[in-house]
Design a protein around this ligand. Structure first.
Ligand code: HEM
Ligand SMILES: *[C@@H]1O[C@H](CO)[C@@H](O)[C@H](O)[C@H]1NC(C)=O
Ligand SMILES: *[C@@H]1O[C@H](CO)[C@@H](O)[C@H](O)[C@H]1NC(C)=O
Ligand SMILES: *[C@@H]1O[C@H](CO)[C@@H](O)[C@H](O)[C@H]1NC(C)=O
Length: 521
């Protein structure tokens, strides 16, 4: 209460307070972000919690100060300082910054023909989900507002285990050969010597691996920076294999379209937001959920039959390509709704661990090499980042898990209690099930990437205004690079489209590289 009330008798004071709180509701309404800690106090009024050490010893008030006292024998000091100095864990090697939320998927369509996945079978069926959105190449604590790809990860807690969807806000990826992944990321992360982002590194990569341009052209375009996560779509990029109860196989790319509509911010808005509120995306998502706004996406499958996959003129498994929705239309699955914020960011978001390897019967993963590499990479990185009991951490725990894994560092959970710890056994330990109808993941032959035609089309489809803004964003990035790379880029762009090549050439000629050793102050 910010209204000052002069000394007066208590009854009158309470009466006045009541009037004020009833009459200026807008003023009195507490904000879920600004006033989080105030709301906590309100919620727990009257509850008195005793302070203890980690091992539960009550803390005596004189131990809360150490001046002129022995430190080693002060359990509060020793406990809190040793605990504090070790509170950081490994940051994700990519997608370090992110925002999480919880909610559910509600199925609105009959999909039994395409997949036997239990959570997708049954109109009206609801499955709880955890979601994390993340700028790809931004460190924990960094900005939300950069011009780069963004992650869209959903964990479905199904009756048949967790299904993890790890998508992007672009319908295609930059590379097809997973051996390039460390290169692709290093050239967007910081220069090892300067510690700063480096346009030469990025453009060296883009001009040596032009298959990345299809994705980067979307990023330099008008939809390069979403207007917050609520306006951001999600794409699986990979073409998943699915199968129904009979073992008939289908393929599908997964699409999430924001019900609030896809919307983006301009370069100028981004500059302003980055300077004033670099956490804008996280804030916007948290606030929308806390204030009861509808935050939802329509989840669809872009279904491809085996027949179509075999006869398509476009390689439907090529992750550097977008699959046209006029040729392969979307089939609605349901609504993804987010209605609950994390209670604790570390427990609920930092410890989230998604893996493309987390699949359910009826969704078999994708047959391309990038997917195969990913099924390995996420396991590997999470064993390092969170330890072998990663799936026992609460936010990652499936509804049910029964297996013969035991112990491990750090230990989490009940460790299987008294159940047998070896398989097979004759003593009623968990048993495997049989599905004679199950089809295997198909094998495909992958050609070298070539998406020039799509890049060309992407450029040619832009309006004059779109081309102008695209060029400006592109030159912001390419302009500062060294002549070798600028020449290589012009050559490449000319091959894609003569007009594009000559525009870039002209713009680079006019671009003033900053003089060396320019100081701002
Ligand atoms: C060879 C290719 C790739 C490799 C090796 C790779 C590797 C990784 C690794 C190591 C992480 C950190 C995971 C963690 O610490 O929990 C990560 C995060 C992520 N990746 Fe990939 N990635 C690849 C391609 C992709 C593609 C194609 C997509 C999208 C379709 C994608 C989407 C994501 C997302 C959304 C996250 C963040 C997950 C979270 O919020 O915790 N990645 N990736
Ligand atoms: C769902 O579709 C299948 C055919 O694809 C049909 O056999 C089944 O009866 C349908 N189920 C419901 C509940 O409509
Ligand atoms: C396997 O497929 C056959 C038809 O091909 C069907 O009759 C049978 O019910 C299926 N089995 C299971 C376990 O779904
Ligand atoms: C890529 O494919 C196009 C046809 O779409 C072809 O004209 C071009 O030569 C190919 N480029 C490479 C490097 O193979």
């Amino acid at each position: 209460m910010l209204v000052k009330i002069p000394k007066m008798n208590q009854k009158l004071q309470i009466f006045l307070l009541l009037i004020i709180s009833l009459s200026c509701q807008g003023y009195e309404t507490l904000d879920p972000i600004r006033d989080q800690i105030v709301l906590y106090k309100k919620r727990t009024e009257g509850v008195c919690t005793r302070l203890t050490t980690s091992s539960g010893a009550p803390v005596e008030s004189r131990d809360t100060s150490t001046l002129n006292e022995n430190l080693m024998y002060n359990p509060f000091f020793m406990d809190s300082l040793t605990r504090f100095t070790r509170e950081r864990i490994q940051e994700r090697v990519v997608h370090g910054k992110g925002s999480g939320a919880f909610g559910y998927l509600e199925v609105t369509n009959n999909l039994t023909q395409f997949t036997k996945a239990d959570f997708l079978n049954g109109i009206g069926k609801k499955t709880p989900v955890a979601v994390r959105f993340s700028p790809t190449v931004v460190e924990r604590g960094g900005t939300d507002i950069n011009r780069a790809g963004r992650g869209f990860a959903v964990k479905f807690y199904t009756q048949e285990g967790n299904f993890d969807f790890l998508g992007f806000n672009s319908p295609m990826f930059a590379i097809k050969d997973p051996i390039l992944f460390p290169t692709f990321i290093h050239c967007q992360h910081r220069n090892p010597s300067t510690g700063l982002r480096d346009n030469n590194m990025l453009w060296d990569f883009l001009t040596l691996h032009p298959e990345a341009l299809n994705m980067f052209f979307t990023m330099f375009g008008d939809d390069g920076i979403p207007r917050g996560y609520r306006h951001m779509p999600g794409f699986s990029i990979h073409t998943y294999q699915m199968q129904n109860k009979e073992g008939d196989i289908y393929f599908a790319r997964l699409h999430f379209q924001p019900d609030a509509g896809i919307a983006s911010i301009t370069t100028e808005e981004a500059r302003y937001l980055e300077a004033t509120d670099p956490d804008y995306f996280s804030r916007d998502l948290y606030q929308a959920i806390a204030c009861g706004r509808q935050v939802s996406w329509t989840f669809s499958l872009q279904i491809i039959t085996l027949e179509q996959a075999l006869n398509s003129d476009i390689d439907v498994f090529d992750v550097t390509l977008e699959l046209p929705t006029d040729k392969y239309p979307l089939t609605e699955v349901g609504k993804l709704v987010l209605n609950k914020n994390p209670v604790n960011q570390f427990a609920d978001v930092e410890q989230m661990a998604f893996c493309p390897c987390n699949l359910v019967p009826g969704i078999d993963g994708a047959p391309d090499k990038l997917f195969e590499a990913r099924t390995f990479a996420y396991r590997d990185t999470q064993l390092y980042r969170l330890g072998v009991n990663v799936n026992k951490i609460k936010v990652n725990s499936p509804i049910e898990a029964n297996n013969y894994n035991r112990d491990g560092n750090p230990p989490v959970g009940d460790n299987g209690e008294d159940t047998p710890n070896y398989y097979p056994n004759s003593f009623n330990g968990p048993k495997a099930y049989t599905d004679m109808n199950r089809s295997k993941l198909i094998e495909i032959v992958e050609k070298k990437p070539n998406n020039t035609a799509q890049v060309r089309q992407r450029y040619r489809k832009m309006s004059d205004g779109q081309k102008e803004r695209f060029m400006s964003n592109l030159i912001d990035s390419l302009g500062p690079t060294t002549p070798l790379l600028r020449e290589r880029a012009v050559k490449l762009f000319t091959q894609i489209d003569r007009d594009l090549g000559s525009r870039v050439y002209q713009a680079l000629k006019e671009y003033q590289r900053e003089p060396a050793c320019k100081m701002y102050f």
